[in-house]
Design a protein around this ligand. Sequence first.
Ligand code: PLP
Length: 405
Amino acid sequence: MDFDALFNAQLDQLKADGNYRYFAELERQCGKFPRAANHAADGAVRDVTVWCSNDYLGMGQHPAVIGAMCEAVQRTGTGSGGTRNISGTNHDHLLLERELADLHGKQSALLFTSGYVSNWAALSTLGSRLENCVILSDAGNHASMIEGIRHSRAQKVIWKHNDYHDLEMKLRALPADVPKIVAFESVYSMDGDIAPIRQIVEVCEKYGAMTYLDEVHAVGMYGPRGGGVSEREGLADRITLIEGTLGKAYGVVGGYITGSAALCDFIRSFASGFIFTTALPPAIAAAARASIAYLKESQMERARQRRQVARLRAALDRAGIPHMLNDSHIVPVLIKDPVKTRMLADYLMREWDIYVQPINYPTVPKGTERLRFTPSPLHSDEDIDHLVTALRVLWKQCALAHAVA
Ligand code: PLP
């Protein structure tokens, strides 16, 4: 059988739909963020400004984080040496778990190799091991939660995105004595909207449901110590499980859950996604801990990010470029067509040295394709002016093309 022909048939379809993903070959350069070298297909190498990084605060190049990682590599070497169970648990992992528990004001924390794995492992374990469990999932939840819930084979109920009235209706319809888990996010990464956490928590408390909150796009950036939106709103202690990543605002890699000692011990003891994989290198744990500790104290990065987000939004408004309104750091500009989104992104890269990855299906629903900008504290006012000038020129050209057609 010609397997490559089977693969190519599906890839050709993806290309025809405009949903094929082309990767930019970037080379991050320490100390120059948000600048990176772009290795183009023709071999040319040019500096570009990255406008879509999830290294939201530039902590991936922060001296405190780099220093901690280098120190730990010299002290412990590269890998961890095994799964957490078999010789892989290092002192640095436990220090990081204590730091994370403290960040969210919980008894315990548990590390995973990524945020994806933490959601997948925690939800699949909870849903499969709690008898008759029902998981109520926000319609906008990330793929990692959806996959975890699917793998658990627990009954799944989807509630309308951010609609706590719909959630209440669905909770009310369930028997009182079955365990219920309500899974949702604080900041939704593609639209940048923020969940009404207080109302959701109140509904969950009324029906005795466990709350499972993904703060992946909020940790490090919201709350006085970077504990996420739940910290900012004084709600962390009312949430059963807070999940996060070390790969976005903290600038390293890895994922985690925090909660009661019993909850974390339960996941540690039963989750295959925790048990059967090599632990993160201790140097990664040390770097992540340095990043968290730094952002618990420093307000500078959060304040400067908020300033640059507001500045970009105001400049877009002045230029007449529509963008989705939300209360977060994410600035989506809807294009609503995968081919056009790709063309705009290619043009920005080629003509203006601006890198913004087109966001298409399945990351967002078809017809809502977009450019998604994430201003960081390290984007200068000139970077913002340059981006908005480029977009203004593009918009004018598109309007002209429209008028001619
Ligand atoms: N949860 C949400 C809401 C996400 O958007 C992502 C990734 O983008 C993840 C979890 C996975 O986190 P990680 O990138 O650390 O695997």
